[in-house]
Ligand binder design. Structure first.
Ligand code: MD3
Ligand code: FE
Length: 202
């Protein structure tokens, strides 16, 4: 089915891409991942604990500690990341590529007080591959900036079931999550927001 797409600063936003049944299906798959590879709070290279909790699936996962930001084949506890469940790959197949699967599906969990400061994603090798983001649960206020820090920004609420494709000119733009509209969705019984990002890493 063809879905409405909004383009802001090169960010392609698909509002309401996933219906509520698919959202529930994805959530079950995410719970399976979190059972095998528990959520953890990464520490920045400067030693600050990030307020977002994370885990990953696929061949690599994103980790951060005193040694820096990087992709690792293992969870900080030493286990391999579980494979990316088929249901999570479906939107990637539809919007990005049917030939090449992502190397990772990163899972971010936002509680009431979680923010994600403005940053660029540049730990991947090949920026010609877009990043696909899927939002589930409570809405998050997504801020989109520019290739350099500063300048004008635009914000949009990302609601449960919304997808964003960050490719082309958007791929290296600064972005962040300012706040969560807590309990705006009924999807997660304990509230909060989940964001999945699928990426080609190598
Ligand atoms: C733009 N996540 O995981 S999703 C991240 O909602 C991240 O959890 C936010 O920023 C979240 O790195 C925003 C949208 C997003 C994700 C990846 C991007 C925007 C991006 C990569 C490059 C450019
Ligand atoms: Fe990011």
């Amino acid at each position: 089915m063809k879905k409405a797409k909004v383009n802001i600063k090169g960010f392609e936003i698909y509002k309401g891409y996933l219906d509520s049944n698919s959202q529930v299906e994805l959530l079950a798959a995410i719970r399976g991942i979190a059972k095998a590879a528990p959520l953890f709070s990464p520490v920045t290279p400067s030693g600050k604990k990030m307020s977002v909790q994370m885990t990953s699936s696929g061949q690599y996962g994103w980790v951060s500690d005193r040694n820096g930001y990087r992709y690792s084949p293992c969870h900080p506890n030493g286990v391999q990341w579980p494979p990316i469940p088929k249901v999570l790959l479906q939107p990637w197949k539809e919007l990005i590529s049917a030939e090449r699967e992502p190397d990772t599906c990163l899972i971010n969990y936002y509680g009431l007080a979680t923010k994600m400061g403005m940053h660029q994603d540049k730990d991947e090798k090949d920026f010609t591959w877009p990043v696909l983001s899927i939002s589930l649960g409570d809405s998050g206020l997504f801020r989109m900036g520019n290739e350099n820090r500063g300048g004008s920004t635009q914000s949009i609420w990302l609601d449960s079931g919304d997808l964003v494709v960050m490719g082309g000119e958007a791929r290296l733009k600064f972005h962040g999550i300012d706040r969560i509209r807590f309990q705006s969705s009924q999807l997660l019984k304990n509230a909060g927001r989940i964001n999945l990002t699928m990426r080609v890493v190598k």
